[in-house]
Design a protein around this ligand. Sequence first.
Ligand SMILES: Cc1cn([C@H]2C[C@H](O)[C@@H](COP(=O)(O)OP(=O)(O)O[C@H]3O[C@@H](C)C(=O)[C@@H](O)[C@H]3O)O2)c(=O)[nH]c1=O
Length: 182
Amino acid sequence: MVFTFKRLEIKDLILIEPTLYSDNRGFFYENFKESDFIQYGISDKFVQENFSHSVKNVIRGLHFQKKPKSQAKLVSVVKGKIFDVGVDIRKNSSTYGKWVGEILSEKNHRSLYIPEGFAHGFCVLSDEADVSYKVNNEFSPENDRGVIWNDSKINVMWPIEKPIISKKDSQLPTLDESDNNF
Ligand SMILES: Cc1cn([C@H]2C[C@H](O)[C@@H](COP(=O)(O)OP(=O)(O)O[C@H]3O[C@@H](C)C(=O)[C@@H](O)[C@H]3O)O2)c(=O)[nH]c1=O
């Protein structure tokens, strides 16, 4: 196994650290390997890969797709540094409404696995950040949903002061108001 898998405070969220091979050219690592992930219990079939570029203080989120097009996500950072957040939106979960955040960066090479039933978002801590993530269901605009980034019940402690947010994200409902069916 070339990865270290660590279950976080909400145990379905998993932080993954690859093995780095460094030499005088630079370094190499495997970012995802189906067989190792399956061995650890992550068996989603990833069918789409997304890439976004953002500037410092951007918040994207908190996003999810409704059933039957819900998405598990495997998030990595190619350039820069982000605070990546998963929020449990499974109504019958003991950790419903709770969140976990982790730093992902071009330096720590970590990925965060976010299963279906979670909303996802991140804020950018570096001047710029390039984020790449695989999903196990294709984009479905009619099932695209979100929860407002500053929902007072969820209370994500975003480590930035003046967030830059899209018009769409600034109009998202609270978790209580959202039509989430997890
Ligand atoms: C997410 C997505 C968006 N789009 C289009 C729709 C829109 O015109 C444009 C920008 O979309 P958004 O503003 O929703 O992009 P963004 O705010 O970056 O949305 C993403 O945020 C992070 C936090 C996630 O977890 C993702 O699942 C996704 O929701 O890209 C696609 O064509 N395919 C996709 O898979």
